[in-house]
Ligand binder design. Structure first.
Ligand code: ADP
Length: 477
């Protein structure tokens, strides 16, 4: 029940109030009430002394008159006055309060000092407390031994002091209650201010563990909490980012898997159907047998290309694409790619041009095999995706210690809306046409990764029906 910080603060506050009130009540009792009683006892002593002096002085004839006066005097002051002889027999008594005569009592307090005895008594039936002062004296009041005055006793009710102390006690308790109620709300208010950031943090963390989605905490409270909350928020943001990244990867993965199976299925089905037609008798038809076998072979080649691209992609994904960097002649490399693609270009009646600068002395820095793959892909794309009679130009500019290499064509171009996505895996502007021309849809994605592994970035500029230009920088020395 009292587990929260706030309830602990309130509990402590209540304990503090109770302790203070108890201390106040105890010290009030001892300091004030007891002092009042002692003071009253002193007064009674004085009265007794005065009575004693009067009795010593009074003439035998005037004794009755004196006692009568005493009678009046004690009545006015609300005293009980008792004069006793040696045998504790009463020689004279006057009771202002007759309700206590011959009643049983308990002695609450008793002190004897010299001739005086001070006592507080609680009368059982009357439920009254009295203070009694008794002095031993020695006064001859008559000729008879029994008439010798031995004790003067004055007794008075303590109800005045008791009422006063009860009244004060009541006020202390009422004040404490008011203080408690008021303090309760003040403490509750302030403790909420103090604990609210902690409560917020706890709630956010609970929500986080329940829903799994990070919760940002709105910042309030002092500097100490600000730092704590900011740190937690940063942590939450980091978790959110990581989780988004994970979700994205997960989505990529399943998308990729779907794409891969789809890409594999097409050539396999095609091969299957050509072979089935041949088995069902087509093999004997000279019109189609060679043609169908060639088609099956084409599709096998496509499968082969797809698999080798997939291997590249999976290596890149697994960060296992190992590059071996060295200096090499860019002219030689580009010339080799161009020579290797010459036949394809001729077949497609595409004009393939290489603006070679024979004066270029610097060597390029990179993985020659992988860069061969990059240029092969880019130039092959320009040949495959474009109509006959267009031109593909390969050239470069030297800018300080980098060489910007361009592969440019004046073909069909890429629509503006597709441009940002062409480097994605399996993204094609025209799916059917790309497949027919032998593309896997993975080429540019592999190119991009290889270029980035060279600490560079590949750019594509294209205008529909005007042509496309790819370029990136290589370090030279
Ligand atoms: P593909 O195997 O289909 O060529 P790529 O990843 O190499 O896959 O290229 C992605 C897409 O970009 C292609 O399908 C094509 O639509 C477009 N593309 C690439 N190069 C060119 C180019 N030079 N001219 C026009 N379109 C191109």
């Amino acid at each position: 029940m009292f587990k929260t910080l706030q309830s602990k603060i309130i509990l402590n506050f209540a304990a503090l109030i109770i302790a203070i009130v108890t201390l106040l009540l105890i010290s009030f009792n001892y300091i004030v009430v007891e002092q009042l009683k002692l003071k009253l006892a002193e007064e009674l002593k004085t009265e007794i002394n005065l009575i004693e002096l009067g009795l010593l002085d009074v003439h035998e004839n005037k004794l009755d008159e004196y006692l009568h006066n005493l009678d009046n005097f004690t009545r006015q002051l609300n005293y009980n006055l008792i004069l006793q002889n040696n045998n504790q027999q009463e020689l004279f008594k006057f009771y202002s309060d007759t309700s206590i005569i011959n009643k049983d009592y308990d002695v609450l307090f008793l002190r004897k000092t010299g001739k005086y005895q001070i006592e507080t008594r609680k009368y059982k039936d009357a439920e009254k407390t009295f203070l009694l002062v008794k002095k031993s004296v020695d006064i001859k009041l008559g000729d008879n031994q029994n008439q010798n005055l031995r004790y003067i006793i004055i007794e008075t009710g303590l109800s005045g002091i008791e009422n006063f102390s009860n009244n004060v006690r009541f006020k202390i308790i009422v004040a404490a209650l008011i203080l408690f109620v008021f303090g309760f709300f003040v403490i509750k208010y302030f403790s909420r201010i103090i604990t609210s950031p902690v409560t917020k943090i706890i709630e956010a963390l609970k929500e986080f563990s329940k829903t799994g989605s990070p919760q940002l905490i709105s910042i309030e409270g002092g500097e100490e909490f600000k730092f704590l909350i900011e740190s937690i928020n940063n942590l939450m943001r980091k978790i959110e980012e990581d989780m988004n990244e994970l979700r994205k990867l997960e989505r990529y993965r399943s998308e990729f898997l779907g794409n891969v199976s789809h890409e594999l299925r097409t050539p396999i089905f095609t091969i299957q159907s050509y072979l089935e037609t041949l088995i069902e008798g087509g093999i004997n038809d000279p019109e189609i047998n060679i043609k169908y076998l060639k088609k099956a072979l084409e599709n096998l080649e496509r499968l082969n290309r797809l698999l080798s691209d997939l291997i590249d992609i999976s290596q890149i994904e697994a960060k296992q694409l190992r590059l071996s960097f060295r200096y090499f002649s860019i002219n030689e490399l580009l010339q080799k790619v161009i020579d290797d693609l010459k036949i394809l270009a001729d077949q497609k009646e595409i004009n393939l041009v290489f603006d070679k600068d024979d004066n270029l002395k610097e060597l390029a820095w990179g993985d020659k095999e992988r860069l061969y793959q990059v240029f092969y892909n880019l130039i092959e794309n320009s040949i495959r995706h474009n109509p006959p009679q267009t031109t593909v130009r390969v050239y470069y500019h030297k800018i300080n210690s980098t060489l910007r290499v361009f592969v440019e064509d004046n073909g069909i171009g890429i629509p503006e809306e597709d441009l940002p996505r062409i480097f994605e895996r399996f993204y094609r502007v025209n799916k059917e046409r790309s497949r027919e021309s032998g593309g896997t849809g993975l080429g540019l994605s592999i190119v991009k990764h290889i270029v980035e592994a060279h600490n560079s970035k590949i750019y594509c500029e294209s205008k529909l029906n005007q042509g496309t230009k790819f370029y990136f920088d290589l370090k030279i020395a």
